[in-house]
Design a protein around this ligand. Structure first.
Ligand code: NAP
Length: 432
């Protein structure tokens, strides 16, 4: 970029933005021509009803990249000055995506994005620009693009009654956890995910929960109208799991899944991490790269469940193009009304799946139960595993308990027995 975008000519004359209802193609400028951008360019000429025409694409290095029927540029002003009907942002990351999207919205150009990192961090600023110019900002493809439910559901009265959501938002980690449950090692499962194109060479953001946390922040803004930064959420990665955890979860009548949860029934709480999911919970059956979301409220007879394929360039591109076709039809998405700057609370009583590894030889499960009970933590079930003199690991499912009590109880067990302790939450099966 050679000059700030704000200095680019801000011509607001030109064709009206309401491009639907005419037979002219919708002219779109593509920010990014990577996996998703290229799929958008390939599919653009084949949309139902109206043709979408790509007028140009922003990339880092345009030189020598021939074969596209539109120019590739390294300066975004060249695209915005062409006054496209819609800007599609698929650059990824925060900058320069933020500056270019702001510049487009300020000129009244509708924007469609699939960039969860951008929305999870800059949504208020972007929606303020969209509200001020009247240009819609659409982001259906940023969260579970294979299940485009956000826009369809967002403005329905039922949406305002939702007070909690639980979801599987990252297909890569769900694939790996599903493989672990079939006996695969973590390394083999990750290797297979890479081989099948489900995981990037650097899959850190998938495995440590960052990707899911960004998506959860977008959902929480949408349904709870709460603004919270992704780094404020409690996050646990899936790399702490082993095959035996998954076997014990099955023996306890459920499964472990990489879950993102938020609850604002009373105090707001939100977290991302592996969780024990009982069989009766819809998420327990979501396998492989699939994604799903359960929306629930205390008054609902049953949760609303949306499930489908996880992200992929083609699926994402199809949803982006659907957003482009609908930019003239509906209003943009909601803005958060309540911004949270302190870490969300996490103290609602819950059941926990706990692993005690290498319990000292002098101790057994009765000793551990007794230490925990002093902190009001009661074990519902112990796993049957390990042999005297062999592996000294045990897993347990607690009854619902306060997290502070659990932390104190596990600290006492750790101090007394020298064992290594690891705990993940258990979801409750929804009523109805
Ligand atoms: N991949 C998926 O299945 C998927 C699914 C849902 C959502 N998304 C989201 O879609 C977005 C794009 O993902 P992707 O997989 O297509 O990414 P990608 O393959 O890395 O492509 C990024 C594109 O943006 C261009 N770009 C990046 N930074 C730039 C800069 N500073 N200046 C100019 N051009 C720049 C790159 O240019 P060069 O070509 O010159 O490198 C490339 O063409 C991300 O926000 C991602 O989270 C992806």
């Amino acid at each position: 970029m050679t000059a700030p975008l704000a200095e680019a000519s801000a011509d607001t004359s030109g064709p009206p933005r309401d491009h639907l209802g005419t037979s002219n193609p919708i002219r779109v400028a593509l920010l990014g021509l990577g996996q998703v951008g290229a799929a958008v360019a390939r599919l653009a000429g084949h949309t139902p009803g109206r043709r979408i025409e790509v007028t140009g694409a922003l990339v880092r290095r345009p030189a020598g990249r021939n074969g596209w029927p539109f120019p590739l540029v390294a300066d975004p002003r060249a695209l915005l000055d062409g006054r496209p009907d819609v800007v599609i942002e698929v650059l990824g990351g925060v900058e320069p995506a933020r500056s270019i999207v702001l510049a487009a919205l300020e000129r009244g150009i509708p924007v469609v994005t699939a960039n969860k990192s951008l929305l999870a961090r800059c949504a208020d600023e972007l929606f303020a620009a969209a509200a001020s110019s009247g240009a819609p900002l659409r982001y259906e493809a940023a969260v579970i693009p294979g299940v485009p439910f956000l826009c369809a559901f967002a403005h329905r009265p039922l949406a305002s009654r939702i007070t909690r959501l639980s979801a599987i938002l990252n297909g890569t980690s769900n694939f790996i956890v599903s493989r672990l449950s079939r006996g695969s090692s973590f390394e083999d499962a990750l290797g297979l995910a890479r081989e099948r194109g489900y995981a990037e060479p650097d899959a850190t953001r998938d495995l440590d929960g960052t990707d899911a946390a960004e998506k959860l922040v977008i959902l929480v803004r949408q349904f709870a109208r709460v603004g919270v930064r992704p780094d404020r959420l409690t996050r646990t990665g899936i790399d702490c799991l082993d095959t035996q955890d998954l076997h014990c979860a099955a023996a306890f009548g459920g499964a472990i899944r990489p879950v993102a949860c938020a609850d604002w029934t009373s105090a707001f709480s939100a977290w991302v991490g592996p969780a024990f999911v009982p069989e009766a919970h819809p998420l327990s059956r979501v396998d492989g790269v699939s994604n799903a979301i359960c929306l629930d409220s205390p008054t609902a007879s049953a949760p609303l469940v949306f499930a489908g394929p996880g992200a992929g360039p083609e699926v994402t591109a199809a949803t982006i193009l659907d957003d482009v076709l609908s930019t003239g039809q509906t209003k943009g998405f909601v803005r958060s009304t309540h911004v949270i700057t302190t870490p969300p609370t996490q103290h609602a009583p819950a059941r926990w799946f706990v692993r005690f590894r290498d319990i000292g030889l002098r101790f057994d499960t009765r000793d551990v139960s007794e230490l925990l009970s002093a902190h009001d933590v009661w074990i519902d079930r112990w796993s049957v595993e390990g042999q005297p003199g062999g592996d000294r690991s045990r897993r347990a499912l607690t009854l619902p308990c306060d997290q502070r009590g659990l932390d104190a109880g596990l600290g006492a067990v750790r101090a007394a027995t020298g064992c290594n302790v690891f705990a993940i939450r258990a979801l409750e099966a929804p009523c109805g």
